[in-house]
Design a protein. Structure first.
Length: 365
């Protein structure tokens, strides 16, 4: 998209008003930013909607001494009709922050942004569409150069997008994806490897125990005192039940330096697990075979939509990793991990440790 003669003349006016101002992180002339926004607006919103001109001028009232009268007179001077000039001016007004620190010194940043978010939710479709482009143009340099402020910018921008949904749908989706992708990159993700023991390979199975170990070594182990003992067969009794750590007691509690062990009801263990998982900013769950472990993990919280907010809703498994590496997924986990076999096999925490070792061996080859 190229600017037409009137738009080029308007851009020269914008250059003059912004003068020697430079972009905060790149030191580029500031007027290159409204030009970037304007060219994108022309490509997506059309060259004859007033969007290009409004994008060129969107920072004039905030960052320069340009007045409303001066802008309108300039537009008319350049050959825009009174109607066109009013449309452009109105869009610029919509795009100009109202709740600034200078105008509202008694309000903190959070209060100002909340009020601005409410105002922007009601502006026109074209103005919102230009705002999407403005957000996307600002994002890369902020994320690349200011990691501390970028967290604030990403949070505020994402919250704004939750309420500012009237603009061009494709631009909105692009902006949303851009912010969500950047947010994901800024958040620390911790891999947590887990395993469970349960009362059988059937629909009504119940949890006997669960073990989790994070990539940094923090552990969670719990035994349930409310599993359905009527479902326990001889194999489970010999290989799982008899190897539980807290047989002979109905309840147990231990928590030191982020390493936790419990015995109790499903409800109690769920509450403790939420607390343990909360020590990580974001969690990526890894199991051996997901068919039962992930289903039972979600079931512990009622259903999949109730899992803790910091737990990624898509789980992962080492079976798929084995297959992708051309290794028989039925390979002995202890043999592959080279962990010394112990009597703890079929203990959920031991098996979680084995899964962790398999993962790192598979991914570090």
């Amino acid at each position: 998209m190229k600017l037409n003669k009137k738009q080029i003349a308007l851009y020269k006016f914008v250059q003059l008003k912004h003068g020697d101002q430079v972009r905060k992180y790149t030191a580029e002339p500031y007027h290159t930013h409204p030009l970037e926004v304007a060219l994108a607006a022309g490509r997506t919103l059309g060259a004859d909607t007033g969007a290009v001109e409004a994008a060129l001028c969107h920072d004039l009232f905030e960052d320069t001494d340009c007045t409303s009268l001066e802008l309108i007179e300039k537009l008319i001077e350049l050959g825009y009709s009174y109607k066109e000039s009013f449309v452009i001016y109105s869009l610029v007004i919509e795009l100009t922050d109202v709740y600034t620190k200078d105008k509202h010194p008694s309000l903190n940043r959070k209060a100002r942004k909340e009020l601005e978010k409410l105002r922007l939710s009601a502006i026109s479709e074209i103005a919102q569409s230009i705002k999407y482009i403005d957000l996307m143009c600002n994002l890369p340099s902020i994320v690349a150069n200011d990691p501390n402020f970028s967290k604030i910018y990403l949070k505020e921008g994402r919250e704004l997008l939750n309420t500012m949904r009237k603009g061009d749908y494709l631009l909105y989706e692009e902006c949303l994806d851009m912010f969500d992708g950047a947010i994901k990159k800024t958040k620390k993700v911790t891999k947590v490897f887990f395993d469970s023991e349960f009362t059988g390979l059937h629909q009504n199975t119940t949890l006997i125990s669960i073990g989790l170990v994070s990539e940094c070594g923090k552990t969670f182990y719990a035994e349930f005192n409310d599993y359905d003992s009527s479902q326990v067969d001889d194999w489970l009794r010999k290989n799982v039940i008899e190897k539980l750590r807290y047989n002979g007691t109905s309840q147990f509690f231990y928590n030191v330096d982020g390493n936790s062990s419990y015995k109790g009801t499903s409800e109690n263990i769920k509450e403790k697990l939420v607390i343990w998982l909360a020590q990580f900013e974001n969690v990526e769950m890894w199991s051996d075979c997901l068919s039962y472990d992930w289903v039972l993990f979600c079931q512990l919280f009622g259903h999949a939509f109730n899992i803790p907010d910091n737990v990624y809703y898509i789980p992962f498994d080492i079976c798929t990793l084995f297959k992708a590496e051309g290794i028989d997924p039925d390979i002995s986990r202890e043999g592959y991990s080279e962990l010394k076999a112990t009597a703890d096999k079929h203990n959920a925490l031991w098996d979680a440790r084995v899964i962790k070792e398999c993962y790192f061996k598979l991914t570090c080859q």
